[in-house]
Design a protein around this ligand. Structure first.
Ligand SMILES: *[C@@H]1O[C@H](CO)[C@@H](O)[C@H](O)[C@H]1NC(C)=O
Ligand SMILES: *[C@@H]1O[C@H](CO)[C@@H](O)[C@H](O)[C@H]1NC(C)=O
Ligand SMILES: *[C@@H]1O[C@H](CO)[C@@H](O)[C@H](O)[C@H]1NC(C)=O
Length: 207
């Protein structure tokens, strides 16, 4: 337990750092370079703990407005930062910033469930603004053929954004067994709503 004065100094220092960082382009070259180190295949592209594990955090944000990220996740790599996207291209590890809308060859396998997909072929997960953005992400990750988007209510410190998790095999409603239940830093328990699943293959899989 830090003493009050230690805490005070820490918070003040944090505020000073924030206050000094006043440029409209909030990307910091050093931070951005560090981000590409986490966005590797061996690290599940920044989300080595699956969405159904306690203490997990998303690996990236693909959306229009980083200001909508919850306070605890403001450092999440933003996949519309042109420098970060350029670095990811150079890194060439199967994970790119989407550059166009999804191919939309997707078939919806389930909709509006209160459970999220839990399966061993998990690849990575992040936050997005829309289901369309989640599909575009899947198109930008090598081997991805299935997206599961949902609201993690109370999770991710109250983020209103959609969670977008990506898989290398398609899944039916039967695998939507993650119903949340993780205790959040504020003591609340998360739960899942609006869980949708889309498979990219011309589907012989059953819904
Ligand atoms: C912050 O931005 C304002 C206006 O854009 C500018 O006048 C000021 O010098 C900046 N401060 C720092 C610390 O860069
Ligand atoms: C950028 O981030 C690094 C690492 O977090 C930090 O050491 C550095 O001071 C930051 N630079 C600016 C200009 O904010
Ligand atoms: C989704 O399910 C919830 C109940 O879990 C229901 O209230 C809501 O109307 C449903 N939405 C749609 C679009 O079907």
């Amino acid at each position: 337990m830090p003493s009050f004065s230690t805490l005070f100094v820490t918070i003040t220092a944090a505020l000073l750092v924030r206050g000094a960082d006043n440029s409209t382009d909030s990307s910091n070259t050093t931070d951005t370079t560090i981000a590409t180190d986490t966005l590797t295949s061996g690290n599940s592209y920044g989300a080595p703990l699956t969405p159904w594990e306690q203490g997990t955090t998303p690996g990236w944000y693909y959306g229009d407005n980083p200001d909508n990220l919850p306070d605890s996740l403001t450092d999440l790599p933003w996949l519309q930062d042109s420098y970060l996207c350029w670095l990811l291209e150079q890194q060439n590890d199967g994970f790119q910033c989407p550059t166009s809308p999804s191919s939309d060859g997707y078939t919806q396998l389930f909709s509006n469930l209160t459970g999220a997909t839990e399966a061993v072929d998990y690849m990575t997960y992040g936050l997005v603004d829309t289901v369309e953005a989640c599909k575009a992400m899947c198109d930008s990750v090598n081997g991805c053929i299935f997206v599961n988007s949902y609201h993690d209510v109370n999770g991710k410190n109250g983020s209103p954004l959609l969670t977008c998790s990506l898989f290398s095999q398609c899944h039916s409603a039967a695998d939507s067994i993650n119903r949340g239940g993780q205790t959040q830093p504020d003591g609340s328990i998360d739960y899942i709503t609006n869980s949708d699943g889309y498979c990219k293959q011309k589907c012989s899989c059953s819904a």
